[in-house]
Design a protein. Structure first.
Length: 301
């Protein structure tokens, strides 16, 4: 199928980290070894930029500060080609494994680096492995105090490492003492009492493509709103060095890498996309106020 010009504009997002930064390899590739690893982030991200040009699509790139520090020209290239630069933190530490002070230093350092490289204000933050959970809601205050305006960090699903299953499925405002943060969660579809992820990452790679296509169609048509799709740059790289993780980790990381690029092209043919910032501002007026929400907000935990 090919999308029509009046189709809903969804949000596209890419997490820019190298394959060895992924949480599943924590403890397998210690941080002290990162510098010695073969880096593939520039080549893969440049390929994604070329694909987005081909489809006249803009995306948000949640860039790891550690990557920006070593490849400032990459951040400049992403911004220069019309995409949004947002923050994936500096050192890819899970939020709930950090103290509030360490988290503040991490997100501050990343924001400064990315703003210096891109020349634009950084408004968005995505936590490594969606690690804002009931254990780390203090992070929302820190993000506001550090000048972030939106996050894409609370997945409304049940998962072994992340998620708040009853949190909002659509963008929503979170009122905190430090201000109002917009949370833009990864997209899900409802199946009975469950929220099932439909838009990105391992679900896009591991499950057949029709899962993603029908999930996005459901959200676009039945709920009349955009999805937030996400992918990592290493997911289009079947030639990346193989690292040793447990069997579940290996399955999640390596499954179907060789198919992701062609699936992404299909996705960009089937649906329209723009940056997260564009979709947030387009829907900002319809972001539900907490009082009108049918489900409890995460901050009530
Ligand atoms: Zn990440």
């Amino acid at each position: 199928m090919r999308h029509t010009d009046d189709a809903i504009v969804n949000a596209m997002s890419i997490d820019v980290e190298d394959y060895f930064h992924v949480s599943v390899f924590d403890g397998i590739v210690p941080r002290s070894a990162w510098e010695q690893m073969e880096s593939r982030v520039v080549g893969n991200t440049t390929r994604l930029l070329d694909i987005f040009d081909e489809f006249s699509t803009r995306s948000t790139f949640f860039v790891l500060g550690w990557v920006a520090e070593r490849h400032p020209e990459l951040v400049r290239a992403i911004a220069g080609r019309g995409h949004e630069i947002a923050s994936h933190g500096y050192a890819h530490r899970l939020v709930y494994d950090q103290t509030p002070a360490a988290f503040r230093a991490d997100v501050r350092r990343a924001k400064r680096l990315l703003e210096d490289c891109s020349g634009h204000r950084v408004l968005g933050y995505r936590a490594p492995s969606y690690s804002i959970t009931p254990r780390s809601l203090w992070a929302l205050d820190v993000l506001l105090e550090e000048g972030y305006e939106y996050a894409s960090s609370i997945f409304p699903i049940r998962h072994d490492r992340y998620g708040i299953p009853v949190s909002g499925r659509r963008p929503y405002a979170i009122e905190r003492s430090a201000g109002t943060l917009i949370e833009v969660p990864g997209s899900t579809t409802r199946l009975g009492p469950l929220n099932l992820p439909v838009a990105g990452g391992g679900y896009f790679r591991i499950l057949p493509y029709w899962w993603t296509r029908s999930g996005i169609e459901r959200v676009n048509r039945l709920e009349s709103r955009p999805v937030v799709f996400y992918l990592h740059q290493w997911e289009i790289d079947p030639d990346q060095p193989k690292l040793h993780a447990g069997s579940l980790g290996r399955f999640r990381h390596y499954r179907n890498l060789h198919q992701t690029e062609s699936r992404l092209r299909q996705l960009l043919t089937d649906f329209r996309f723009d940056t997260v910032k564009a979709v947030v501002s387009q829907t900002r007026s319809s972001v539900p106020h907490p009082d009108s929400m049918a489900y409890p907000l995460p901050y009530s935990w």
